[in-house]
Design a protein around this ligand. Structure first.
Ligand SMILES: C[S@@+](CC[C@H](N)C(=O)[O-])C[C@H]1O[C@@H](n2cnc3c(N)ncnc32)[C@H](O)[C@@H]1O
Length: 205
């Protein structure tokens, strides 16, 4: 999958970044974050943005008051994330790391929030299990994991999606507390490709 993202980044193909400007998606994610921040004042704690790409959501989290570490495996995307953070004038850690083997890099731990907008559903079963273990090892006891996941389906080189059972299998020791429609007004392409994306909110059992 990372070859796909290497190529996508080189040719400037990154339609997922447009979701930040798509209110039906961005407002829903903001609502989910409001819930995690409710009753607290910034700083809210450490957040890990996995598969950050060009840092759209990592920067957004940092602006909201999270202490963000953003990781990805595609260096040119990380370069764009660093530029984005600089333009936004936010401090965040941006580093190359694989979400399936976080302990190999010094990403830190104690993350109260783990956000994944589009990585889990594009990796294979073994990688998903490794991601579940890696995230469990760095997340705090009271952490929330938010995974944006397409419904299963074949979409050429695009992510094949995942079922709720697959989410639960990968995140042993976690419980899915909520499943919410991610995009209440999908655009024509999203509808055509049947993304049917949902947010999975997980907490430790
Ligand atoms: C659909 S893009 C989403 C990017 C970003 N989260 C966003 O919403 O704009 C998925 C990202 O996951 C990254 N990725 C894929 N496999 C990964 C892995 N094993 N570890 C870390 N990042 C990975 C890709 O390089 C890509 O940037």
């Amino acid at each position: 999958m990372s070859v796909f993202y290497q190529v996508a980044c080189r040719i400037g193909f990154h339609p997922w970044e447009d979701l930040a400007e798509h209110p039906p998606f961005a407002t829903k994610l903001a609502e989910l974050l409001d819930r995690e921040e409710s009753g607290l004042t910034p700083p809210f704690g450490r957040a890990l943005d996995v598969g950050t790409g060009s840092g759209v959501w990592g920067v957004w989290l940092a602006r909201r008051g999270w202490d963000v570490t953003a990781i990805d495996v595609v260096e040119p995307a990380l370069r764009r994330a660093r530029e984005r953070a600089e333009r936004a004038d936010v401090a965040m850690r941006i580093m190359r790391a694989d979400v399936t083997s976080l302990s190999e890099r010094d990403v830190g731990d104690g993350f109260r929030l783990v956000l994944d907008t589009g990585t889990f559903h594009g990796i294979d079963r073994a990688e998903r299990a490794a991601m579940g273990r890696a995230v469990s090892a760095v997340a705090s006891p009271d952490a929330t994991v938010l995974l944006g996941v397409f419904a299963p389906g074949r979409r050429g080189p695009l992510p094949r999606g995942a079922t709720r059972d697959e989410v639960e299998a990968a995140f042993a020791g976690w419980k899915v507390t909520d499943v919410e429609v991610a995009d209440t007004d999908p655009d024509a392409l999203a509808r055509k490709l049947k993304f049917d994306e949902h947010w999975y909110r997980l907490r430790r059992e």
